[in-house]
Design a protein. Structure first.
Lengths: 409, 258
């Protein structure tokens, strides 16, 4: 049997080969089918209480999600029920809730609804449910500000920070390989180099996180350090987030510097009617100091907020929401790009159009849109679920295996 | 169009009489063909679906349903033809915006795929009641527990809408005004949405007890209240559809050529 055709097509190839997009569709279909079978088998053990909760959660997903579509918000808000089930009844119930939500949403004639588009994103919803169950198991919705398990979350955050620092160091010294190279051989070499580097960053992050968890954050019993550490971590996270966003927008080579009314090849840019926003790209060191001061102010505000009462216990909730959002973006981008050409008819399309004017490809725009919307969306959803769990009567919560331990009183 | 029966259009056409599983498999075949075969087949697929809908007397409902995906299809076409990365071949320039050939081609193919997917699913939903589909799936060994989740979720959505309406009226009677800026209205969603969600979650307890009291979790086999017809011709149709699906996959992988 001749298997020569079994190779992914290169640009302009004429011999029989598998087109990348077709291969992607088939792989996605296969993964979806396997996932559905596994989850359906797992679902046989669900209790009646879980099943009736899932029905309500699906209705919540669809109702709140269709409001978000109707208001043309650039976020989805369609996974609150999924996260809730994942938290109360475990990852498999959560995954099933997510998948069924999207499938049912596509067959219901709801005004302002997304119609059949929702069904294609069912695998993403399934993974969101799995991750919600995973994080609930790790105590995201449970830890108090003096819990020893806070150390694990701090170690994870340190690991992410370590990977980011490694990235910045490499960027400043060796440089990130040019992925826009036109020469195919150079491009391939650069891509390989980039993947290797990315793997290196992940390894650095894992090692840093593991070491931090074993040393600095290895709390025992009623360690008095836990509470201040968590408050400081909340402040640092807010600082890093704001500093990153400000630098992305206002840095000398940041977003606003690219909006100069002229395209790379010298022709006038049509974006915003050719307006030049380079004045907003503040030169260093003034820009650096400015970003630092703004981020410091926000960080100080976050610290003051975190010191009040038990507010800092939202930090693990946000770690869970943020990571879930990153994974969701990674899975939904190929679906959005492959099935809909990146456009899904919701408020997020404005973001897609924006990223395309910045010169990103169809796939990159969909991914950038996901990276903008998903972490924010999932962080908000996790926070809402945390609040719902706190407001839920104990008689309802104790019907579920994890309900009793989900929210500490 | 009631929310509990979904898009279902009552009727007794030849398509209504097919077994739900046959129609589900046919829908799968159409989706497979739309996404795996080159875009040239899209007009053919659209013609076939429209012909099937005409033969079942569903052209009117189908035309009315077209307003559902219209925004999505328009967005796909507009965003792609106006903002296509790396487009060189400009067809028309409209002031600051221009339509590119690459973007239009890509947009047409994407919109065509979505249109086929929509038309095929809507024809399926027009002629199939969710109850019948789930009953047919249960008789093939699917879990009755998951079917319960699906059916009660479908019925829960309109009930939740009704509850939301009642709560809105109650809060307005207490002086909640839904006027003001966008952010203001967004903030006023909280006293509306929170009682809806918490109230439905509290109801879960009652429903669970009611279900358990009626033997929902009982082990022995159960009998069906609805009996879904499975005419002999459906068996052959399903075999035919499966063979078609295999052919589409083999063609997409480049193993067979026309």
């Amino acid at each position: 049997m001749n298997l020569d055709w079994l190779q992914v097509c290169a640009e302009g190839q004429t011999t029989p080969c598998v087109a990348p997009i077709q291969l992607a569709y088939l792989v996605a279909l296969l993964i979806g089918a396997v996932l559905l079978v596994v989850i359906a088998r797992r679902a046989r053990d669900l209790t009646t209480a879980t099943l009736s909760l899932m029905a309500v959660a699906i209705a919540i997903n669809i109702a709140v999600g269709s409001i978000a579509v109707f208001l043309r918000l650039p976020i989805y808000l369609d996974s609150i029920g999924t996260v809730l089930v994942g938290a109360l009844a475990g990852p498999w119930a959560g995954a099933l809730t997510g998948i069924l939500s999207n499938l049912i949403w596509s067959i219901l004639p709801i005004p302002g609804g997304a119609g059949p588009t929702a069904a294609f994103f069912a695998p993403v919803a399934g993974v969101i449910g799995l991750m919600a169950g995973f994080w609930a198991n790790r105590g995201v919705f449970q830890v108090r500000t003096d819990d020893v398990r806070v150390g694990g979350f701090l170690a994870l955050a340190t690991g992410i920070l370590g990977a980011a620092v490694a990235f910045l160091v490499v960027q400043a010294t060796v440089g990130i390989p040019d992925l826009a190279a036109t020469e195919p051989d150079v491009l391939l070499a650069n891509q390989t180099q980039f993947v290797l580097m990315a793997l290196g960053f992940v390894v650095v992050g894992v090692i840093v996180g593991w070491l931090a968890g074993r040393t600095v954050f290895a709390f025992q019993g009623d360690d008095p350090r836990i509470r201040p550490y968590l408050q400081v971590a909340t402040a640092i996270a807010a600082f890093v987030l704001v500093f990153g966003i400000v630098r992305l927008l206002f840095a000398p080579s940041g977003y606003f510097s690219t909006v100069d009314g002229v395209l790379d090849d010298g022709t006038p840019d049509d974006f915003l009617g050719g307006a030049s926003l380079t004045g907003l790209a503040v030169q260093d060191p003034a820009g650096l100091i400015g970003a630092f001061v703004v981020a410091l102010l926000v960080g100080a505000g976050a610290l003051a907020w975190a010191r009040r009462g038990d507010n800092a216990r939202l930090f693990p909730v946000w770690v869970g929401g943020l990571t879930t959002g990153l994974v969701a973006a990674m899975i939904s981008a190929p679906i959005a790009a492959g099935v809909f050409g990146g456009v899904t008819g919701g408020g997020t399309d404005a973001l897609v159009a924006l990223f395309r004017t910045l010169g990103l490809s169809v796939f990159q725009s969909a991914f950038a849109q996901g990276l903008t919307s998903d972490p924010l969306d999932k962080t908000i959803s996790y926070t809402i679920v945390f609040l719902i769990l706190g407001a839920l009567p104990i008689t309802v919560r104790t019907m579920y295996s994890r309900g009793e331990t989900t929210v500490a009183e | 169009m009631s929310a509990t029966t979904g898009y279902f259009v009552a009727g007794a056409s030849w398509l209504h009489r097919r077994n739900p599983l046959t129609k589900l498999l046919a829908l799968g075949l159409v989706l497979l063909a739309a996404f795996l075969l080159p875009p040239v087949v899209l007009p053919i697929l659209i013609a076939i679906i429209v012909f099937v809908a005409w033969a079942a007397g569903l052209l009117g409902p189908m035309a009315r349903a077209m307003r559902i995906p219209s925004v999505l299809l328009l967005s796909i076409l507009v965003v792609n033809s106006l903002f296509f990365p790396g487009a060189k071949d400009i067809l028309v320039s409209l002031g600051p915006l221009s339509i590119s050939r690459e973007g239009l081609t890509f947009g047409l193919a994407s919109a065509g795929r979505v249109l086929v997917a929509f038309l095929a699913s809507i024809t399926f939903l027009f002629t199939t009641l969710a109850d019948d589909l789930l009953e047919a799936l249960i008789s093939r060994g699917a879990s009755h527990r998951i079917s319960f989740v699906v059916l009660s979720a479908v019925q829960m959505v309109p009930r939740m809408q009704g509850r939301a309406g009642a709560i809105l009226e109650a809060q307005q009677a207490r002086g909640l005004s839904m006027k003001g800026s966008f952010v203001r209205r967004l903030r006023k969603l909280v006293p509306l949405v929170a009682p809806v969600i918490l109230g439905s979650l509290v109801d879960v307890r009652e429903r669970t007890f009611a279900l358990e009291a009626r033997g929902f979790g009982a082990r022995p086999g159960r009998t069906a209240y609805r009996v879904v017809a499975d005419p002999p011709i459906d068996r052959w149709l399903r075999l035919l559809i499966l063979a078609g699906a295999v052919a589409v996959v083999l063609f997409a992988l480049g193993i067979i050529h026309p």
